[in-house]
Design a protein around this ligand. Structure first.
Ligand code: ADP
Ligand code: ZN
Ligand code: MG
Length: 475
C-alpha cells in the first residue's frame, strides 16, 4: 500500500458570552422555556430591524487579535439565503465578503513539537433556532431561544495532519477564548462546535485531495475517532481505484461511523448579498488599541510566571493554566496560605481526578480559593492527617464546605497526644502476636500492617508519624 498523509482544516463555531443577542435585546441565557427569550427581531417578523450589539464586535476583535489576525477595519454583514424551519427570516445574517478578521495563526504544541496553524478568517454571524422532533405526535416543534445568539466562525487553513494536532489546535483556541472571557467553549453544550474538513493524499504530494466535511462532533474523543475513521474510509476508496466524493457527512459516535448528509451537487446556492438593513462597520485604530490593551495575561505568560514567581514545576503550571478558572483559584489560594506547591498538588491531583469522575470541566469548579487555602493550613499545622485531608477535600469539592468548621464538627482533628495513642498501640501489639513476631524476625512489612491496624482503631485520625514511632518503641 502507498503511504498517505491526512490534511485537515477546521471550521469552528463559538457562541459568544454576551448577555444579549447579536441583533436584539433578548437574553442569550441557555435553557428557559421555549420561545420565552424572543422578540420580533429574532423570530424574523416582517418589519423588524436588526441593531448590532457592539460587544459582539469587541469579542470578535479580541479573539482575532489574540490569534494574530489583521482586523478588517471596514467589515460588513451579508445575507445567506436558505429556507429551513429553524431560520425564521429565511436568511442567516453572516459575513462572506468582508469578514472582521483575516490572516491569523496560532502556534500549537503536540508531543514536543511546535506547529503553526494559519487562520484564514474569523467572521460574525447569528445562530439559528432549535428544532425539536416530537416522535410521539410525529411532528416538529421549534424553539427560537437560540435564534440570534452571537457566533464567531474561525476558519483555519488546511494545516493540520492528525487528530492530535486538531485537538491541540482546539485546546489552544479554547484556552485563549476562555481567558478572554469571550465564551465558555463547551463542546458538550455546543458553545464550541467544530466541523472537520479532511482529505488524504499520497505522502509528499503537494496537491490537495478531495475533502469531506464532518459535522456533529461534540467531544474531543468523538473528533479523534471520526478523524481516524474518515482517513481510513478515504484511503480504502482510493486504494480500490475509486474517487472520494466532496460531501458533508454526519458522525454517529455510538455507531462509530459517518454517513453522507449531502454531496456537493446538492450544495445550495446561498445567493449571498450585503444586508441592506445593517450599515457597514467602521473600526477605528483607537478601538483596536483599546481592545488590545484590555487583553488578559494568557496561558503561556501565566505559566512562565507561576514557574518563576511561585516555584512550581513546569508540568504543574501547564495543567493549572489550562483553565483560567483553575489558574485564578491557584493564585488566590496561594496568596492566602503561602504554600503554592501544596495548592498546586490539590489542583492537579484530587481536583482533576474528581472533575474526571464527575465528567466536569474546570469551569464547573464550585469551591472557593479560601476553603482550599484553609484545608492546606489544616494539614500544614498538623491538625489533620493526609487521609482525613483527602476526605475533607472531597467535601470541599462537592459543596464548598468550610474545612475548619467541618473538622471541628466531625471531630476529625488528628490525635497527636502520645499517651492517648500509646494505649491503642499497645492493644494492637497484644492482639497481633504473629505480626509482632514477623517484625522482630526482620520483616519490615509487618510494621506497616501494625500501623494500619492502629490507624483503623483510631478511626483514621491518628498522627501516622507518631504511630510509627510508638510502635517501634514498644516493639
Ligand atoms: P467552502 O468555501 O466550500 O466552505 P473553504 O475553502 O472555506 O470551503 O474551506 C473550508 C474549510 O475546509 C477550511 O477550514 C479549509 O482549510 C478546509 N479545506 C479546504 N480544502 C481542503 C482539503 N482539500 N483538505 C482538507 N481541508 C480542506
Ligand atoms: Zn429578540
Ligand atoms: Mg467555508
Amino acid at each position: 500500500m502507498k503511504k498517505y498523509e491526512t490534511v485537515i482544516g477546521l471550521e469552528v463555531h463559538v457562541e459568544l458570552a454576551t448577555k444579549t443577542k447579536i441583533f436584539c435585546g433578548c437574553p442569550t441565557q441557555f435553557g428557559g422555556k421555549p420561545n420565552t427569550h424572543t422578540c420580533p427581531v429574532c423570530t424574523g417578523m416582517p418589519g423588524s430591524l436588526p441593531v448590532l450589539n457592539k460587544k459582539v464586535v469587541e469579542y470578535a476583535m479580541a479573539v482575532g487579535l489574540a490569534t494574530n489576525c489583521e482586523i478588517n477595519r471596514n467589515c460588513r454583514f451579508d445575507r445567506k439565503n436558505y429556507f429551513y424551519p429553524d431560520n425564521p427570516q429565511d436568511y442567516q445574517i453572516s459575513q462572506l465578503y468582508e469578514p472582521i478578521c483575516l490572516n491569523g495563526h496560532v502556534n500549537i504544541n503536540v508531543d514536543g513539537y511546535e506547529k503553526k496553524v494559519r487562520i484564514h478568517e474569523i467572521h460574525m454571524e447569528e445562530d439559528a433556532g432549535k428544532l425539536i422532533h416530537d416522535e410521539l405526535k410525529d411532528g416538529s416543534l421549534i424553539d427560537f431561544n437560540r435564534s440570534g445568539v452571537p457566533l464567531i466562525e474561525i476558519v483555519s487553513e488546511p494545516d493540520m495532519s492528525s487528530a492530535d494536532e486538531v485537538i491541540a489546535y482546539l485546546e489552544t483556541l479554547r484556552t485563549t477564548i476562555q481567558y478572554l472571557g469571550a465564551s465558555d467553549c463547551k463542546l458538550q453544550e455546543g458553545s464550541m462546535r467544530a466541523d472537520v474538513n479532511l482529505s488524504v493524499r499520497e505522502a509528499g504530494s503537494d496537491k490537495l485531495g478531495t475533502r469531506t466535511e464532518m459535522k456533529n462532533l461534540n467531544s474531543f474523543k468523538a473528533i479523534a475517532r471520526a478523524i481516524e475513521n474518515e482517513r481510513n474510509r478515504q484511503i480504502v476508496i482510493i486504494e480500490d481505484g475509486g474517487q472520494v466524493i466532496q460531501e458533508t457527512r454526519r458522525w454517529d459516535d455510538n455507531k462509530e461511523e459517518s454517513y453522507s448528509m449531502r454531496s456537493k451537487e446538492d450544495a445550495q446556492d446561498y445567493r449571498y448579498f450585503p444586508d441592506p438593513d445593517l450599515p457597514g462597520i467602521f473600526i477605528s485604530r483607537e478601538w483596536i488599541d483599546e481592545i488590545k490593551q484590555r487583553e488578559p495575561e494568557f496561558k503561556a505568560a501565566r505559566q512562565e510566571r507561576y514557574i518563576s514567581e511561585y516555584g512550581i514545576p513546569k508540568g504543574d503550571a501547564d495543567i493549572i493554566t489550562d483553565s483560567k478558572k483553575m489558574a485564578d483559584i491557584f493564585e488566590e489560594a496561594s496568596a492566602l496560605c503561602n504554600s503554592p506547591k501544596k495548592i498546586a498538588n490539590w489542583l492537579i491531583g484530587d481536583t482533576i481526578r474528581l472533575l474526571k469522575e464527575h465528567d466536569m470541566d474546570p469551569d464547573d469548579i464550585k469551591f472557593s480559593p479560601e476553603n482550599l487555602a484553609k484545608l492546606v493550613k489544616l494539614t500544614e499545622e498538623g491538625t489533620i492527617n493526609s487521609s482525613v485531608a483527602t476526605e475533607v477535600f472531597e467535601k470541599v469539592f462537592a459543596d464548598n464546605i468550610d474545612p475548619e468548621s467541618y473538622v471541628k464538627e466531625k471531630g476529625l482533628a488528628q490525635v497527636n497526644d502520645e499517651s492517648a495513642l500509646r494505649d491503642t498501640v499497645q492493644k494492637v501489639i497484644d492482639e497481633n502476636p504473629q505480626s509482632v513476631e514477623d517484625y522482630r524476625g526482620g520483616k519490615e512489612k509487618a510494621l506497616g500492617f501494625l500501623v494500619g491496624q492502629t490507624m483503623k482503631a483510631m478511626g483514621g485520625k491518628a498522627n501516622p508519624g507518631l504511630v510509627n514511632k510508638l510502635l517501634k518503641e514498644l516493639l
